[in-house]
Each structure stands twice: as C-alpha cells, then as structure tokens.
Design a protein around this ligand. Structure first.
Ligand code: SF4
Ligand code: SF4
Length: 382
C-alpha cells in the first residue's frame, strides 16, 4: 500500500489481492455480485470469495452456441459475457407498484418501505457499462423517474473489466461500446495472464474507487505493465469477427419497413423471446393487478415482459403484431432505429448475447447487413 490514490491512478494487484478488494467492499456494506459458474454457464450472482469466480474457465460462443471450456491458465475473467446481464439487479423483474388494504375504516394505501440496496458489481464489461447508461436514460433521464431503479443505481459500485479477448458473437468495436471501459466505473481491471505471476492492472475511475483501492494491497504499475494492458485491449479489438454498420441505420430501417427480408427472418424466428431476455438493454414490462380472495387487499405489480408474445401488443380485441414478421421487425427496428428517436441512442450495444442465445442462430448483424445490401443491389440508395 502506501500513498492515498487519486482518480486516474493505475496500480497493480496480484491475483490473490482481489480477495482483499472484495473484503474491503464487503466491509463498506456492499453486497458483492459477480460472475460465477452455474448450470454450465457463467452467470451473475452473489459472490463471497475468489473461489466463487470462474477461475480457469472460458466461453466458446457462436450463433446459437455457448460452451464453457477450461483454459490453460487460471484467469479470473477469461470469459466474455454469459446469458445474464446486470439489468436483473437494477431493473427488478417483479416490483410492487402500490398496495391498498380495506378495513372497517375504509381503503388505505400501504406505504412501501424505501429500499436502498448497496451493491458492488464485479466484472462489468464495457458494452455492459453502455447498456447500463442506456437504461439510465430510460429510467432516470426523463420526466418520470423509476424510484426502484434509481435507488439501486445510485448505490452502486462498479468494478469494470476490460476485455482482452473477443467473444465469438461480440461486435462492440463497430458499435463504439468497447472493448475498453471508458466511463461509468469506480475501478477498471485489465487482467494480464501471460506473465508469471499473472496480475491485474487497476485504474481508479472515481474518488470512491480511488479511496477503496487505497485500502487494498497494491504496488505501483510500471510503464511496461500499463503498456501491456493497453496492448491486450487493442488486440481484443482486432480479434472481433462481427461488425454492424450503424451509418444511417435509423433511416435505412424506416425506408425498409416492407423489405422481403422480414418475411425471410420470420420464417426462421420461433418468437421465443430469448433475444429480449438476454439483452442488457431490453426493458419491456407489463402491469398486473391482484386482489386477494377476501377482497381486502389489492396490489399492482410490474413484471418483466417480452415483446415477442402476442399478448404484449394485445389491445381491446386483438394483437396489433399478430405475425412473427411484425414482432421481429418491431424488435430489431426498436433496437436500431426507434430507440434513437425515443432516447437519443441506439438500443443495441453489440454484446452479441441475442446471437449466441437464439436457438435458431438468427444474427442481428446479418439481418441488418442483408437489408442494407438489398438496397444496394436494387440501387435504391446512394
Ligand atoms: S430471433 Fe431467435 S431468440 Fe429472438 S425470438 Fe426469434 S428465435 Fe427467439
Ligand atoms: S440487441 Fe443483441 S447484441 Fe444488441 S445489446 Fe441486445 S443482446 Fe446485445
């Protein structure tokens, strides 16, 4: 340890000192959430020690394919992203909006207790920081602020991890959302495994991050170690196999509402909704009212929902998106076009989850490319 660290400082933690960081965060009252292996996938859940992290595991991904494999080293963050995203902790999947009780004195609204959970997310990738920023716009930027989301968001400590290997379905480089974390973190780790012993280069992104890091066993980073971390992230960017051209994407999709490609993708899409459930930015919800059998207790709840169901667009007598074509088209057009009108940003951060977890391997980058190329081949666009 030694001097107090400042915002922007970069230091080296030996692998085992990450446990010290977890202990410091725990002592400060944070619930530690991070990657762990469960059901043959890397998921996000409560972690208590280094033992819970996916040491020595990597994920092999392609369209419709996900496999865990052992690595030749003991990397703690040697995987990319799994089926979970951080939204499950920020955007609660089931929230009571209000509750009312009736008794002999009449109907009264029951006050809910204000929750202010303090969480520390360990291992947030750059694309995921962008996804959290997108949901911040949805739930905190406008006139209507979501109190449940806001309280979770404001009490969050973020430990980002810079990607040093690209996943098989990632395309963050073309979405300008990665692989290096550039904002939204308290600490950012780059894990360097090709040295003995392997180490973590850690950067303080906030004053709180610097204060936490000052309490953890560390040493100064040499210029070579800083350069090695930069080089590893740049190499990751070069490895990325998929791209999605965002040039004029909103106008492209608006012009192509009747493109035959929508029929083509609909003939493959099962409308299972997996793509929306794994997507870190999708936020569809439904509202349901309940009354108990005595008729004395009523409540309204908000639950996560999926825009691929018929019910989601059901209004007085029928669904307005009754065909798979209409549902896939609205999902992709929302991600890449209407989202821009609503929130000023794209709704896709290029994490690749919807490609990996689609059971029939539908690839959003391929679908967007096919629509763009169909215009070019018909000479309808310059
Ligand atoms: S695109 Fe794939 S994951 Fe999404 S609803 Fe269709 S079949 Fe399911
Ligand atoms: S649309 Fe697909 S690639 Fe884009 S953020 Fe959602 S899951 Fe990731």
């Amino acid at each position: 340890m030694g001097r107090s660290l400042q915002l922007g400082d970069k230091v080296v933690l030996e692998r085992q000192h990450l446990q010290h960081l977890l202990d410091v965060l725990s002592k400060r009252g944070y619930r530690i959430l991070g990657p762990t292996v469960r059901d043959q996938a890397i998921v996000y859940d409560e972690v208590r020690s280094l033992e819970d992290l996916p040491a020595g595991w990597t994920d092999e991904q392609n369209a419709g394919t996900y496999r865990l494999k052992k690595r030749a080293d003991n990397a703690l963050f040697g995987y990319v992203v799994g089926p979970h995203s951080w939204k499950k902790f920020l955007l609660q999947p089931d929230v009571r909006l209000w509750q009312a009780k009736s008794d002999e004195t009449g109907l009264k609204t029951v006050e809910s207790k204000e929750e202010r959970p303090r969480s520390a997310f360990i291992g947030v990738r750059s694309c995921e920081l962008h996804a959290i920023a997108v949901q911040d716009k949805v739930f905190m930027a406008g006139e209507y602020v979501d109190p449940s989301y806001k309280s979770r968001r404001e009490n969050l400590f973020v430990v980002a991890v810079n990607c040093v290997q690209a996943g098989g379905t990632c395309f963050c480089t073309s979405m300008k959302t990665g692989p290096k974390a550039t904002f939204g973190f308290d600490l950012a780790i780059t894990e360097i495994v090709n040295t003995e012993p392997h180490y973590l280069l850690v950067e303080a992104g906030t004053e709180t991050g610097a204060a936490v890091l000052s309490e953890v066993a560390h040493r100064e980073a040499s210029e070579e170690e800083k350069a090695a971390a930069e080089g590893a992230v740049e190499e990751c960017s070069r490895q990325m196999g998929r791209t999605l051209s965002t040039a004029g994407i909103k106008e492209l999709l608006y012009r192509n509402y009747e493109n035959p490609r929508w029929e083509d993708v609909a003939s493959r899409c099962l409308t299972c909704g997996n793509c929306t459930m794994v997507c870190p930015t999708c936020f569809c919800t439904t509202v349901e009212d309940y009354t108990d059998l005595s008729g004395q207790l009523a409540e309204r709840r908000r639950r996560m929902d999926v825009c691929f169901t018929m019910d989601f667009s059901y209004i007085h007598g029928g669904s307005i998106r009754y065909s798979p074509k209409a549902r896939y088209r609205q999902w992709m057009t929302h991600k890449l076009a209407t989202w821009i009108d609503q929130f000023g940003v794209l709704g896709c951060v290029g994490c690749g989850r919807c490609i990996t977890w689609c059971p029939v391997a539908i690839d959003i980058t391929e679908e967007a490319r096919a629509i763009r190329e169909s215009e070019l081949s018909h000479g309808t666009v310059t």
